[in-house]
Design a protein around this ligand. Structure first.
Ligand SMILES: C[S@@+](CC[C@H](N)C(=O)[O-])C[C@H]1O[C@@H](n2cnc3c(N)ncnc32)[C@H](O)[C@@H]1O
Length: 280
């Protein structure tokens, strides 16, 4: 079978199952590390039996509802390629925006190299990206899941950065009490909320839910953060629009004198909250 025949066959199957037929090409290029143009040039080349098997199995997994990122095993985030697997959340676009704004605030408010902690790091996308962009900062990554931290460590190695990983509940594993920047995309889906099947069936439950009201981890972080933060510090959170008012109230409750800023994502949804604590 030629490359073209294999891909065309897969496109047909995907379409029949109401899936995006472009995934057929994405899957081929990603699995076999080839470029789109190579497929066009080599469209009449014969695919080996082994590769046909690999490809067809991957198409079956897609049809079975597995996200393409878990099948391919990596995702692009902020221009870097991160390994992902079923033990970590698939990084989302809005998290790139959280990282971008946070780097802006760090550059604006810290003249020295800051100490940064990414709480609930998962694949490590937030903390590792910040370390890539601000190589002189000291970055700590924490997660309660050992399996997630394994992925974060592999990503740090892949991307050639030195970060410190710490396993444990929220801030508890931190021994460093001189933190300049705390950033987190904690689990924040309400337990009562209806979640897309593809998310519910594939992504780690521990990465998704933030108690009945979605606020469980914001409360925990905000109540304890001042024990670990310097007087001048920045806190940055991803939030869901549906709990924005409650997270803002919590931020004012624990950081009454701070400047609190909510930012919208590219879709004009309130998705990020920043606490500028004595950062004038
Ligand atoms: C929404 S995911 C975010 C993952 C990653 N930071 C990202 O933005 O793609 C939340 C992460 O928090 C971790 N987590 C859940 N409960 C935790 C806890 N009690 N303490 C520390 N981390 C926790 C999960 O394992 C998961 O990796």
């Amino acid at each position: 079978m030629t490359i073209k025949q294999l891909i065309d066959q897969a496109k047909g199957i995907l379409l029949e199952n109401n899936l995006d037929s472009d995934l057929a090409i994405k899957l081929y290029t990603s699995l076999f590390k080839v470029c789109d143009w190579e497929i066009i040039i080599k469209s009449d080349s014969i695919v080996t039996e082994d590769n046909i098997l690999i490809y067809e199995n991957s198409i079956k997994r897609l049809l079975g509802g597995v996200p393409i990122q878990y099948i391919i095993g990596d995702v692009d985030f902020y221009g870097y390629t991160f390994l992902v697997n079923k033990n970590v959340l698939i990084p989302r676009f809005e998290t790139e925006e959280l990282v971008e704004h946070t780097i802006y605030y760090i550059k604006k408010h810290f003249t020295y190299n800051p100490t940064i902690v990414d709480i609930g790091t998962g694949s490590g996308v937030i903390g590792i990206t910040i370390k890539k962009e601000l190589p002189d900062s000291a970055v700590f990554l924490t997660d309660i899941s050992k399996d997630a931290l394994d992925v974060a460590e592999q990503n740090a190695q892949r991307l050639c950065v030195e970060v410190t990983t710490l396993q444990g509940n929220m801030l508890e594993p931190l021994f460093e009490s001189k933190i300049d920047v705390l950033i987190s995309n904690p689990p924040y889906i309400k337990e009562t909320e209806i979640v897309e099947e593809i998310v519910k069936n594939n992504e780690p439950t521990i990465a998704l839910y933030g108690g009945n009201d979605g606020l469980k981890y914001y409360k925990e972080i905000l109540a304890n953060a001042s024990n670990y933060l310097k007087t001048r510090s920045l806190l940055a959170f991803e939030i869901s629009e549906s709990i924005k008012d409650e997270v803002v109230d919590l931020a004012y409750y624990y950081f009454a004198d701070a400047e609190i800023i909510v930012k919208k994502d590219l879709q004009q949804r309130d998705r990020m909250l920043f606490i500028l604590n004595n950062l004038d």
